[in-house]
Design a protein around this ligand. Structure first.
Ligand SMILES: NC(=O)c1ccc[n+]([C@@H]2O[C@H](COP(=O)([O-])OP(=O)(O)OC[C@H]3O[C@@H](n4cnc5c(N)ncnc54)[C@H](OP(=O)(O)O)[C@@H]3O)[C@@H](O)[C@H]2O)c1
Length: 163
């Protein structure tokens, strides 16, 4: 089975979003994220899909998880309603990496099913208001190393050594 890499950002209380937006302003972290997923396969939940600008779907191979909105998506997007359906996809380019980019529900689905090999979690310095949180308890037993240190964030690389 192909490797799936998680990549998301949170603050020091694991906030990932507030009222549908990132609550911090950290262009350097966005640049890191964009460089990692550039032209690659990205997997996301429907709520995250709704917030993506149209050009994102032309620049990436996008897979969206949804049970309720199967018929209402951008034609450039592949839609699946379960992990089993995702694993059965035959048309994903083999020369590209596969990134799970969130949100919290889809991260939880992948982590609970041990479907992530490596997770890059950027931790933004400080505490921000938030209404969606990263499920940090699901990777608390993983090995963690610092992958990169930026001016206002650190990227931690988590690996499940038992997986
Ligand atoms: N900081 C970050 O790194 C980061 C990254 C990504 C997103 N975000 C933020 O996170 C927020 C969204 O996160 P979220 O957790 O609320 O939503 P989400 O994970 O983006 O999407 C949730 C949706 O995914 C579908 N879904 C969930 N479980 C499923 C399953 N087992 N099978 C098939 N489909 C499933 C459902 O869609 P249907 O209702 O259509 O069935 C559900 O409503 C947004 O505000 C976004 O900005 C932050």
């Amino acid at each position: 089975m192909r490797e799936i890499i998680g990549i998301m950002a949170c603050d020091q209380h694991y906030v990932i979003s507030n009222k549908g937006e990132l609550p911090w302003d950290c262009p350097e972290e966005i640049a890191f994220y964009r460089s990692m997923i550039k032209s690659q396969i990205v997997i996301m939940g429907y709520k995250t899909y709704e917030q993506m600008p149209p050009h994102f779907f032309e620049e990436h191979t996008v897979v969206v998880f949804s049970k309720k909105h199967r018929d209402h998506l951008n034609p450039l997007v592949t839609i699946v309603s379960s992990l089993d359906e995702f694993y059965q996809l035959k048309n994903l380019p083999i020369d590209k990496q596969c990134f799970m980019i969130g949100g919290a529900e889809i991260a939880t689905l992948f982590l609970e099913n041990m479907a992530i090999d490596c997770f890059y979690l950027s931790e933004i310095e400080g505490h921000y208001p938030g209404d969606v949180f990263f499920p940090i308890h699901l990777i608390s037993q993983y090995q963690r190393i610092v992958h990169l240190t930026g001016s206002c964030f650190k990227v931690y690389e988590y690996r499940n050594l038992k997986g």
